[in-house]
Write a protein of this length. Structure first.
Length: 208
């Protein structure tokens, strides 16, 4: 069994709770409210900047050229394609985000950046693997069921359920598999599960 697979198995309980979080369920079932999604657009745009910083650190610390290239492409996608999505979605959305939305959801960036400072490249790879595994799974499920509201919500779900995003998750899994054996599995599980807990709090913040 690969290390990434063991990590997913060890963190199956928090992953299950994250997949069932209110925000993911309301998007999946097509009942997400205008104000909740407006706040989400604000908080997720803020975290995209954090994700770009994490991938940038991964470029610096990457063990080889392939990992450097993958993380550099991720930074580019976050700061171009995803940034363009948020600009367009917020302009088209019927209500603005509440002013304190990003502050209420700071927990995700705080956890991810603290982990990166603690563990460097291994921590970055692990927290991103947790976040992107979560998104790939719930967005793929939501897209299959076909009840996601058309427009910006459906566009966001599609972006995280397409082949390119799944390939990125697979690449992160390979990077986790290649981490030094001297890094204990329980440390990876702490970063992975901690990121999932932060994701739950982050998404719950849209309802505060």
């Amino acid at each position: 069994m690969s290390r990434s697979h063991r990590l997913r198995e060890a963190c199956a309980e928090p992953m299950g709770r994250a997949l069932g979080m209110r925000f993911a369920e309301e998007v999946r079932t097509g009942v997400i409210g205008d104000q909740a999604y407006a706040d989400y657009l604000a908080i997720e745009a803020s975290f995209v900047e954090t994700a770009a910083r994490l991938h940038g650190l991964a470029v610096w610390d990457a063990p080889g050229r392939r990992a450097m290239e993958r993380n550099a492409r991720a930074v580019h996608a976050l700061m171009t394609d995803q940034a363009a999505y948020f600009d367009a979605a917020r302009a088209a959305w019927p209500v603005p985000a509440r002013q304190d939305a990003a502050r209420r959801a700071a927990v995700l960036s705080e956890f991810a950046l603290a982990s990166a400072r603690e563990g460097g490249y291994p921590a970055v790879v692990t927290v991103l693997f947790a976040a992107e595994s979560l998104y790939s799974t719930w967005c793929s499920r939501a897209r299959r069921e076909g009840r996601v509201p058309a427009g910006p919500v459906a566009d966001w779900v599609a972006m995280h359920a397409d082949e390119a995003f799944r390939a990125g998750v697979d690449a992160l899994a390979r990077e986790v598999d290649g981490l030094p054996a001297g890094i204990p599995d329980d440390r990876l599980a702490r970063w992975f599960a901690g990121m999932l807990e932060a994701e739950i709090a982050f998404h719950d913040a849209v309802y505060a």
